[in-house]
Design a protein around this ligand. Structure first.
Ligand SMILES: [Zn+2]
Ligand SMILES: [Zn+2]
Length: 78
């Protein structure tokens, strides 16, 4: 029984994780973004796309906000 392999196929993330801070637009891995994430967690919409760091078009709606990246589409609050 060669039960090796199978599983642990961590191959280059599926673009599902954030790479850039949505608040300041810098790489998530560098610096401390505790303040950024706390701001984003309260009410502020993200200004930068978390996947490409492009500046997003933010629109505030009665229900919250919508942030649109020209490349990755829009993200809405809640
Ligand atoms: Zn940040
Ligand atoms: Zn993007």
């Amino acid at each position: 029984m060669t039960g090796s392999g199978s599983g642990s196929g961590s191959g280059a993330g599926s673009a599902a994780s954030a790479v850039f801070c949505g608040y300041c637009g810098k790489a998530v891995g560098e610096g401390d973004h505790a303040a950024c994430s706390s701001r984003l967690g309260v009410i502020d919409p993200p200004r930068f796309c978390s996947q490409c760091a492009r500046r997003m078009v933010v629109q505030v709606t009665p229900a919250g906000w919508t942030a649109t990246c020209s490349r990755h589409g829009s993200t809405a609050s809640a």
